[in-house]
Design a protein around this ligand. Structure first.
Ligand code: COA
Length: 326
């Protein structure tokens, strides 16, 4: 059974956080943040606004954008590292809040790779003919797990959500995929409230995101460079066949380094880092949506999506864009 993606919706919280916000309590500057990360702005959820709330808003936006009948959805996958509860899942809360009568529901944990992992799982469920219309959401409220005393990490993160529907189709628009993980780097990017070593290394168990920024940066550049080439060749394509690359937006310098290495013009790389910061699972749908709304991404365009992050793990897919805003 073939699959396609023809609908998208996004949401970001209302509270806008400019770089100058951090200048008030940290030894940092707007200039440092822009030059070293590309970030100019991000949004934070309010105190009583949680990941499920962002998901619901993104799904409402999707339904409005495409006049979608949500009742037909038969599975919901939410990729998030910041569920407000361990149980119940965010997906099951979206199911009840959106009145979707009968849907299997799971949350998945693959950090910034999660949205692409969600699409890959949905593609597999459709191929196995067990499900036909699957809601895949990437959503984060990272501001709730940010250490605001750590200037090298707190300036990076933002909150947001993006939703797509992966559905059975006569034509196949979702092509071959790649997945890869280097678990030995687990200690270099973690979020834990348990005092249990990772890779034998002691950790800070304070439920805040902790990272070794330089290690993650280097890993991301070398892994993305290799995996993008591997993915296009697996699809019998060349880099020139891809209209737009949408890697996870973690730092504009990571994207610039990968594009330089692969000789891809930056105009072909869609990002969400400038306006939203690093929103983890939400960053790819936010960039995809902005690409469509700005008129850059058109129906039939070939896209390469690639997520990477905590694990350290990575997942990519080539697809044909079938989303159009009427
Ligand atoms: N403002 C001012 N100076 C800062 C700063 C800030 N917000 N954060 C760090 N610095 C300082 C450091 O203390 C260091 O100072 P020193 O030279 O006196 O020791 C200097 O800037 C350079 O630090 P470094 O860590 O080498 O900076 P960097 O260029 O690697 O940028 C990150 C740091 C975190 C922005 C960058 O490594 C990064 O984006 N890594 C990837 C992280 C990531 O993607 N995580 C999520 C994956 S999904």
């Amino acid at each position: 059974m073939n699959a396609t993606i023809s609908s998208i919706g996004i949401y970001h919280p209302q509270k806008e956080i400019k770089n100058s916000y951090f200048e008030e309590f940290l030894d940092t500057s707007d200039q440092w943040i822009r030059e070293r990360t590309g970030i100019e702005n991000r949004y934070y959820a309010s105190e009583n606004e949680y990941t499920t709330d962002l998901c619901v808003k993104a799904v409402e936006a999707l339904a409005k954008n495409h006049n979608t009948n949500l009742q037909e959805i038969d599975f919901i996958i939410v990729a998030t590292s910041t569920p407000e509860q361990t149980l119940p899942s965010v997906a099951s809360q979206v199911q009840t809040r959106m009145n979707i009568p009968h849907a299997g529901c799971i949350d998945i944990s693959a950090a910034c790779g999660g949205f692409v992992y969600g699409i890959i799982l949905a593609k597999g469920l459709i191929a196995s003919r067990t499900h036909r219309k699957i809601l895949v959401i990437g959503a984060e409220t990272l501001s709730k797990v940010t250490d605001f005393t750590d200037r090298s990490s707190c300036i990076l993160f933002g909150d947001g959500a993006g939703a797509v529907i992966v559905e059975a189709s006569t034509e196949n628009h979702l092509f071959k995929v790649i997945t890869d993980t280097h678990g030995s780097y687990g200690k270099d990017l973690y979020l834990s409230n348990k005092n249990i070593p990772i890779n034998g290394m002691p950790i800070i168990p304070d439920n805040k995101i902790r990272q070794n920024g330089r290690v993650v940066f280097k890993w991301a550049v070398s892994t993305l460079t290799k995996k993008i080439e591997e993915l296009v060749s697996k699809n019998d394509m060349t880099l020139d066949d891809i209209n737009f690359f949408i890697p996870h937006s973690a730092n504009i310098r990571i994207l610039e380094a990968v594009c330089k290495e692969l000789n891809i013009p930056m105009e072909k790389c869609l990002e969400s880092i400038r306006n939203y910061g690093n929103t983890s699972e939400a960053s790819i749908p936010l960039a995809w949506y902005d690409g469509i709304i700005s008129g850059k991404v058109k129906p039939k365009d070939k896209l390469l999506l690639i997520g990477f992050g905590g694990g350290l793990t990575c997942a990519g897919i080539c697809l044909q864009n079938n989303i159009e805003m009427k």
